[in-house]
Each structure stands twice: as structure tokens, then as C-alpha cells.
Design a protein. Structure first.
Lengths: 112, 118
């Protein structure tokens, strides 16, 4: 069964707008939550990651918000650019083995 | 650092044939992971190695699948008697795993091998 649920499946945003992608998990043993960006024909590339001891992490235009009690985390892409058009995956793993459980992905299209 | 490389990038085969994929990880990365990604889905874990030891295999990895990592360097994934359901992108990732508090394991993915079984 899918251990990480991701929504929406796709979204369209205007250039300069904010893209928000949400993920939820059930297993409280997860303690590492990365987001990956994937372009067509390429492998996923790590974008930003967070651990449950912080509620927010920001790197440039990308911010992860983490709600441990709700078992949810989200990715915010500020000032979205056409080059951000890609598929984004949330993931989760355990500290001891780090194999990643991925969400189903969100395809983001940024319209110029 | 040349990144993770995978070969071939594309493979078309007929049902029942055997195929083998190769992954060359980033130099000195001690962990190597294999994932499978079908269209419209996120990657699913198949197996991983720490150095040359295969530490875990997913239930997705049937007896027809075998993976090796001789000498803890490159890895191969073999699928015997391929079935149409094996059609997918096979992704390899590598990382430098460190233990202890604050341990990290950033996984760097290769471009994948797209398998099509006719």
C-alpha cells in the first residue's frame, strides 16, 4: 500500500504565482522527508528535505512546511517560473535504512 | 563527480527474454539503491546494497529478479523471463550513508533505464 499520499495530481500556476503540493503519511517511524523534482526523461533530483524536529525549512524559492501532529508536510514554490515545470515527488524514510517511500507525484505546469 | 550513470538508457525486449541493466554509482558512495517507476507513479523501492552486501529486497522483487554489486562498485539488475508487467523505468541511486545522530543519506538518482517488454 502507498505509505505517502500526495495531492494534487497536477496543477497549473501562472508565472510568479505560488505552487502548493501536499503530502500525508501514516507511519510515525518516518523521520526524513525529502522532495524530489523530476523532468521528463531524467531521474529524480533532490530539491529540499526536512526532519520532524523542525516545522519549516526554506531554500531559495522552495519551502517545506511540516506538521508532525497531523502527519502532513507540504512544498511551497514561491514566484513560480516556467523552468519549474516538472513533476514533484514527496518521499519519506526511516533513519536506519533510508529506503524511500514516494508519493504518486504532482505535475506542475507554470504558464508564462 | 560525474553523477550516477545507467546503461542502457532504453531496452526493448520480447516477453520471455532475459535482460540485464548496469548502474555505476558516484565514486566512493557506499550505498546503492534500485527503484522501479511506472508511468504516472512515484518510484518504488526494489533493493539496496551497502558496499557489496545486499541488505534488503522488496516483496516487489520476484524470484525472476536478481541484483548484484560485486566489490561494492557498480551494480547489475537482471530480470529473467521478462513479462509485459515488467515494463517500467528502472532507477538506480547512490549515497554516502553515515550513522549516528544527524545521519543523512541523500540519494542521487541516475537517468534510469526504460524497459519495454513486447
Amino acid at each position: 500500500q502507498q505509505q505517502v499520499k500526495q495531492s494534487p495530481q497536477s496543477l497549473i500556476v501562472q508565472k510568479g504565482g505560488i505552487s502548493i503540493i501536499n503530502c500525508a503519511y501514516e507511519n510515525t517511524a518516518f523521520d526524513y522527508f525529502p522532495w524530489y523534482q523530476q523532468f521528463p526523461g531524467k531521474g529524480p533530483a533532490l530539491l529540499i528535505a526536512i526532519r520532524p524536529d523542525v516545522s519549516e525549512k526554506k531554500e531559495g524559492r522552495f519551502t517545506i512546511s511540516f506538521n508532525k501532529s497531523a502527519k502532513q508536510f507540504s512544498l511551497h514554490i514561491m514566484d513560480s517560473q516556467p523552468g519549474d515545470s516538472a513533476t514533484y515527488f514527496c518521499a519519506a524514510s526511516y533513519r536506519n535504512d533510508y529506503k524511500l517511500s514516494f508519493g504518486a507525484g504532482t505535475t506542475v505546469t507554470v504558464r508564462a | 563527480d560525474t553523477g550516477v550513470s545507467q546503461d542502457p538508457r532504453h531496452k526493448i525486449t520480447k516477453r520471455g527474454q532475459n535482460v540485464t541493466f548496469r548502474c555505476d554509482p558516484i565514486s566512493e558512495h557506499n550505498r546503492l539503491y534500485w527503484y522501479r517507476q511506472t508511468l504516472g507513479q512515484g518510484p518504488e523501492f526494489l533493493t539496496y546494497f551497502q558496499n557489496e552486501a545486499q541488505l534488503e529486497k522488496s516483496r516487489l522483487l520476484s524470484d525472476r529478479f536478481s541484483a548484484e554489486r560485486p566489490k561494492g562498485s557498480f551494480s547489475t539488475l537482471e530480470i529473467q523471463r521478462t513479462e509485459q508487467g515488467d515494463s517500467a523505468m528502472y532507477l538506480c541511486a547512490s549515497s554516502t550513508w553515515t550513522s549516528g545522530r544527524g545521519a543523512t543519506d541523500t540519494q542521487y538518482f541516475g537517468p534510469g533505464t526504460r524497459l519495454t517488454v513486447l
